[in-house]
Design a protein. Sequence first.
Length: 767
Amino acid sequence: MVTITLSQPSAPVLPLPGLPAWLCGLLAARGVTTAEEAQRFLHPSADQLRNPLALHGLEEAAAIIRGAAAQGKRAVIYGDYDVDGVSASAILDETLGILGMARQVYLPDRHKEGYGLNIPAVEKLAREADLLITVDCGITSITEVRRAKELGMTVVVTDHHRHPEELPPADAVVSPLLGGYPFPGLCGAGVAWKLALALAGEKAMELMELAAIATIADMVPLVDENRVIAALGLQRLARTKRPGLRAVMERAGVRGTVSSDQVGFQIAPRMNACGRMASARIAFDLLTTRDSAKAEALAAQMETLNQERKAEENKVLDAALSQASQMDLVENHAIVVWGEGWNSGVVGLAAGRVAEQFSYPTVALAVDGDTCVGSARSAGDIDIYKALSQCADLFERFGGHRQAAGLTLKREHLSTFSERLSQAVADQTGGKPVKPTLVCDGKLTLPDVSEETVRWLEKLEPFGMGNPAPRFLCEDAQALSLRAIGAEARHLKCSFQQGNELRDGIYFGGGAWAGKTAGRFCFAFSPTLNEFRGKVSPECRVYALQMIPESLTKDPDREALSLFAEPRSGAPAASVSPTAVPPLMAAGQGTLLVCRCLETALAWRRQFPEADFCLEEATDSRAFNTILLYGSANRVSPAFRHIVFCDGATGEGDAYRTACPRANVAALPVSDALKSLLTASFADRDALRNCFIQLRSASFRDLYGFASACGLTVSQAAFALAVLRDIDLIDASLSPFRVSLRPMQKRDPAESRLFQLARETHLNASR
């Protein structure tokens, strides 16, 4: 279950002229607290960019390139196969063209060569060029750069990835992470574009749209210079003259104003598909061609590759999710999945999806013979690069940053790697689970969800890392309707009410909430506009729902149905005192508190507010500590290690031992709440005899008809069926309602632990 929290502004929220208070809060959360800062943030402009020569090594790199161009030397641009590397290569290729320099672009094959420089490629290129310029790679390629120098090449490295203590022996190393540059968040194409500015001046502004695509696609923080590059680049992209970009945007349905979401989810995946499925050269040629017919052909080829990418990704993702769901996610703190025949071009996508779904750092590896090539994605606040660094001795190759990384290792190290990565993540978390958390920027009520609010939010674009699309917390709303929609009922159509205000909403992936309208809710959302038949109406794009347990009202019938539906047999649960519970909850994972009565569940919630609170089921394979109300053993994850019956045991221990074979099952003393429930539900021997006679003489469609025929309340009828089932006179299910008679035999109700307990509490209450 996702935990919804509110962000804490790092700076005081001050009123800013002309801006609504909630927008001031959003800006404060992004470090914007003065009117001048707000003006710069809301209106990015080129004068906010820093002097490119301030970048470490850039002045030296520019001088080397100019000198080489003047001397008629040949250059090779060595790039990468993703959007960032391809865009950076295109930027520098066109810049060297402005200088009139002879050049070629080399993009390594993802599947045959992997990321970064490699010796065979360097030795080949040394025969064809005098100057080697890397973009979006090279900072860790010490051996390869040394070899290039031995072969007589001049080497300029431009990169944005983390660097080792020893830098490669290049003639110039350009990096925003070196030399105290004020903004270290540039992507590879951003660094290349800054070099282009130094080399080509104003002409390089025409290349900003390429830098913007890469900045958005590479998920670097969209603040400071990146915000300027993205904002101004998107404006240029909307009116681009590049035939290739126009062709791919047309196929992606991107028209008019271009948003960061359209780049991230429509344009970038198509470009990345080239390197994943075939050759990144297709994407490079598409960016740089000036031929409209060629652009259309390349866009069509790209579209085909993207469809193939989706199919391949789905195949790998299904297998990866299957592996992850079978892992012991209580013992393991990271997910490592692998498969023979997986396409190494899509394992990064699969790793990202698995990490998102499980909120665990994830590594997905394509196994080919003895070699495993894969990608890692972070979750929560985990520094995946740091965690992988603790396993570096196992890798053939490895590189990346806090959120993502790539690696190659031998198959024989898979098991060891999985164990050591789990421990490395545990070292960062103190052994606590990485619980999924959704941070909201502030609070809004349903009346605040208006067209005006949405228009204000648009001024904060472009959105991305460091400047995420704002999400708000709506507190204490009534869910009028939660209805599953879409393929396999995966999504949720919502309708909420606060006071007299109603708003509709959509929750993608939230179909499991369908019909669960008990109590009131808080939810995380973004205000959006729905345009239908010319009518514009505000609604909520929901990201997470949380039922407010304290809003539940006591429902004795539901409590009884939950309790009496459980099968009872086998050894009783071990008795423990309430003092045994806190140590079990300390790890944050693996403990299930089974509650039959609302007051019991709320009492434990007050003691453990950080635990998940679930109704009817607790099926999360991560087995975060959970308080379960109205639950049943057949709807519980087998991953739990400790089961505690918080209202006391009534004989259902074996059902939970079967459901959770690794769990210790224990029970607290019978609670006063359960005693009251049993007293109200008790049916004596005569009533039980009458119920059995009714079952032999008639059939019943539901519990209510059966209760009426027996002259009992619903809870008494449910109790009677449970006891008759316990002593093997009937087979019965309360939901769905189903009863069948077993062979006649003489049985005593006292053989039922449930009957004994209920009779005892009934007698005590009568005294």
